[in-house]
Design a protein around this ligand. Structure first.
Ligand code: ADP
Ligand code: MG
Ligand code: ZN
Length: 606
C-alpha cells in the first residue's frame, strides 16, 4: 500500500457491510411483526375456557405446547403445565368428546420455522463475512481474470507473424533485452518498459505480443482491458493489482493488456462508470511506475484507438514506445498466406501471389480466415487438397459474407434486387474513375440481399476526389434503377444512402474537397464522452456544411441517373442474367456490357 489513505474500494465495501447488516435487522423485525406462522400466545386458562364454551375446533399437541384453532377461524397457542397432558388421560378424551379434532406432533410446531430462520441467518452471516473480508483485505475471494501462460506453452515465434516486418524489427530489441537483461544493464541502456501496439483489428497485435514471449522464452501473462471495466467500484483496480502481482512472481515476463482503450480512455467526462475507470487507470499507472530498472518485466498493450488514450499513459516510463501494426501490403499478404497455407495441402494450380493481389485491404486475420475457409470448402467437396477455385470461393465468402440461400425472396423482391444491383454495376462499369467490377450477385449474403463488388487493381492508400465522387454515384445507382425501371422506392437502398451521405460528409468536413475549402469541420456532437472541445464552427458554417453534403450526394444521384437513362439496354440485359443465374462474374459482366452498352457515353458533371 502507498501511504495511509484508505482506498476508496475499502470504504465502499465497509459501507456495503453496514448496509447488509441493517437490511438483515430490518427483515428480522418485519418478520416478527407480521409473521402469520406464529400464532398469538394465550394463557392456559383462556384455552380451557375456550374449550369449555365449545369455541375450539382443532388442537395440535406438541409436548407441552398446544396450538389450537377456534371455530371462528382464529389461531392461538398456549403452554400447558409440565406433564399436564401425560398425567391427565381424561384431557384427551374430553377434547375428542366435544368433537375437537386432535393432532399430535412430535416436535414443537415453532421448530420448523426456527430451522428456516437459522438457515437464513447462516446465509446472512456468510454474506456479511464475505463483504467484511473485502472491506478489510481489499481482495475478492474468487478467481480473477488474468491468464498466465508458461513459457513452454507459448509456441508462437516471429516465424508465425508475417507481413509486419517493421513492427517486428521494433520489438526485436525488447526480445533481446528479455533474453539477456544483464548485458543491457551493463551497457546502461534504458529499455522501454511499456510498448503500445497500435493498429486496426485483426492485424496481428495479439499474435505479435505472444510471439515476443515465445522468442524470448518468458512467461506470457495476459488480460484484456475490458476485464478491468466492471460495474463495481474497486474490482477493476484490484484486478490490475492482481495481474501485476502475478507478473512480479516471475524473474522476467511479458504482461499483455489487450484493448487498452477500454481502461485507458481520456479522463474527464461524467459517465456513470467514470469513477471506477479512473480508479482502475490510476492503479495501472501506479503499477507501471512501480517497476525498477532491474526488473525484467515488459508490458505490452494493444489498441486500435490511440487517439482516445489518456495522455498520462503515453508519458516516459509508461507506454513510451508505440509500434504501428498496419494492414499488410501485397508482399505482406503473400507472406501471411504462406504462413497459414503451411497447414494445408495445396494443389499445383494455386498461386498465392495472385490471391494476395486479389485481396487488397484484407487484414492478417481475414487472410487466415480465407485459407481456413478454402480448406473447409475443399473438405466439404470430399477433396484432401485445396485448389485455386477453393481460394477464390473463400475470398468471396470472407469479402461478402456467407451466402444465405435459406432467405426466401419473393419473385417481386428478386426482380427489385436484380435491377437494383444492375444499377450499381452499370454505373460502376461506365465511370472511368471507379474500381473494376469483380462480381454481382442477388444471393443474400450477411445482411444484404444482393451485392455488387468491385476490387481495386492495386493497393490504395489514398483516394482521389473523382474516385470518391464515382463511389457516391455508384451507391445511388441502385435506387435510380429501381425508380426508372420499376417506378418504386424500397428500403433496400437505405444502406447505400447512408454510405453515400457519409462519404459526402467526409469530403466536406475532413478532406477539404468542397467549396468550403481545406478545413476540418468537427462533428458538433456524438463524440466520445470527455471530449470537451467545442464544434468549432458557427451556425452559418454548419448550414453551409449541410448544403455542400447535400450537393455532393445529389450530384452523384444525377450522374447515376444520366448513365442509367442512356444504358437502359445494359441494365435490362444484366438484370435478366442475374435473375437467371443469380451471380455474374467479372468476365461474363464484360461480355454482357460490351454487347449492350450504348457506345457514346457523355456524362455531364453539372
Ligand atoms: P489483433 O490482435 O491485431 O486484432 P490477432 O493477433 O488477434 O489480431 O490476429 C488474429 C489471427 O489472425 C491470428 O491468430 C493469426 O492467425 C492471424 N494473423 C493476423 N495477423 C497476422 C500476421 N501478421 N501474420 C500471420 N497471421 C496473422
Ligand atoms: Mg487482439
Ligand atoms: Zn444497393
Amino acid at each position: 500500500m502507498l501511504g495511509g489513505k484508505i482506498p476508496r474500494s475499502r470504504l465502499f465495501w465497509s459501507a456495503a457491510a453496514i448496509l447488509l447488516v441493517a437490511l438483515a435487522v430490518g427483515v428480522f423485525l418485519a418478520l416478527r411483526a407480521g409473521a402469520p406462522t406464529t400464532p398469538a400466545s394465550v394463557a392456559f386458562s383462556e384455552f380451557l375456557n375456550d374449550v369449555q364454551n365449545s369455541r375450539v375446533s382443532r388442537v395440535t399437541i406438541a409436548a407441552e405446547t398446544l396450538a389450537f384453532e377456534r371455530t371462528d377461524g382464529t389461531r392461538a397457542q398456549t403452554l400447558a403445565p409440565q406433564g399436564y397432558v401425560a398425567s391427565n388421560p381424561t384431557f384427551v378424551t374430553s377434547l375428542t368428546e366435544r368433537g375437537i379434532r386432535l393432532d399430535v406432533s412430535k416436535a414443537e410446531p415453532s421448530r420448523a420455522g426456527s430451522y428456516g430462520a437459522f438457515a437464513v441467518g447462516l446465509l446472512f452471516f456468510g454474506l456479511v463475512s464475505l463483504v467484511l473480508f473485502r472491506a478489510i483485505t481489499g481482495r475478492v475471494p474468487t478467481l480473477e481474470k488474468a491468464r498466465t501462460i508458461d513459457p513452454q506453452a507459448v509456441t508462437v515465434t516471429f516465424a508465425d507473424v508475417a507481413g509486419v516486418d517493421e513492427a517486428k524489427d521494433e520489438v526485436r530489441e525488447i526480445v533481446d533485452f528479455l533474453k539477456e537483461p544483464a548485458r543491457f544493464a551493463s551497457i546502461g541502456g534504458r529499455i522501454p518498459r511499456g510498448i503500445l501496439l497500435v493498429g486496426p483489428p485483426g492485424t496481428g497485435k495479439t499474435l505479435l505480443a505472444r510471439s515476443m514471449a515465445g522468442e524470448a522464452g518468458v512467461p506470457f501473462i495476459s488480460a484484456s482491458g475490458s476485464d478491468f471495466v466492471e460495474m463495481y467500484a474497486g474490482v477493476g483496480a484490484s484486478r490490475v493489482r492482481r495481474l501485476f502481482r502475478d507478473a512480479r512472481r516471475h524473474k522476467s515476463c511479458i504482461v499483455f493488456i489487450d484493448e487498452l482503450d477500454a481502461v485507458g480512455r481520456n479522463r474527464g467526462g461524467n459517465s456513470l462508470s467514470h469513477e471506477e475507470r479512473e480508479q482502475t487507470l490510476n492503479q495501472l499507472l501506479v503499477e507501471m511506475d512501480g517497476f525498477t530498472q532491474s526488473d525484467s518485466v515488459v508490458i505490452v498493450a494493444a489498441t486500435n484507438r490511440q487517439d482516445i488514450l489518456d495522455p498520462a499513459l503515453l508519458r516516459p516510463g509508461r507506454f513510451d514506445r508505440q509500434v504501428v501494426v498496419g494492414n499488410p501490403d501485397l508482399n505482406g499478404r503473400e507472406q501471411i498466406l504462406r504462413v497459414h497455407a503451411r497447414k494445408v495441402a495445396l494443389e499445383p494450380d494455386v498461386d498465392l501471389r495472385a490471391t494476395a493481389r486479389g485481396t487488397p485491404g484484407f487484414s492478417g486475420a481475414d487472410l487466415a480466415n480465407l485459407v481456413n475457409e478454402a480448406a473447409l470448402i475443399a473438405a466439404r467437396a470430399g477433396r484432401s487438397t485445396v485448389g485455386a477455385k477453393d481460394l477464390d470461393a473463400a475470398r468471396d465468402k470472407v469479402l461478402m459474407g456467407v451466402e444465405r440461400r435459406s432467405v426466401a425472396m419473393s419473385e417481386q423482391e428478386r426482380i427489385t434486387c436484380a435491377y437494383h444491383e444492375a444499377g450499381h454495376a452499370v454505373v460502376a462499369a461506365l465511370l472511368p474513375d471507379a474500381d473494376p467490377l469483380h462480381k454481382v450477385t442477388i444471393i443474400p449474403r450477411g445482411r444484404a440481399l444482393g451485392v455488387t463488388m468491385q476490387l481495386p487493381e492495386a493497393d490504395r492508400y489514398t483516394h482521389s476526389k473523382p474516385f470518391i465522387e464515382a463511389q457516391i454515384a455508384i451507391l445511388m445507382g441502385g435506387r435510380v434503377a429501381e425508380e426508372l425501371f420499376l417506378r418504386q422506392m424500397t428500403s433496400g437502398a437505405s444502406n447505400d444512402i447512408e454510405r453515400a451521405t457519409e462519404l459526402a460528409r467526409k469530403m466536406v468536413c475532413e478532406l477539404g474537397m468542397s467549396p468550403l475549402g481545406p478545413l476540418h469541420f468537427r462533428r458538433p456532437s456524438g463524440a466520445w464522452d470527455g471530449d470537451t472541445r467545442a464544434a468549432g464552427f458557427s451556425e452559418e458554417t454548419a448550414r453551409r456544411v449541410d448544403e455542400e453534403i447535400r450537393n455532393l450526394v445529389m450530384r452523384g444521384y444525377e450522374t447515376a441517373r444520366q448513365i442509367i437513362e442512356r444504358q437502359r439496354a445494359a441494365i435490362v440485359a444484366l438484370a435478366e442474367e442475374l435473375l437467371a443465374e443469380e451471380s455474374v462474374e467479372a468476365d461474363r459482366l464484360k461480355e454482357i456490357l460490351a454487347a449492350s452498352v450504348t457506345p457514346v457515353v457523355q456524362v455531364s458533371r453539372t
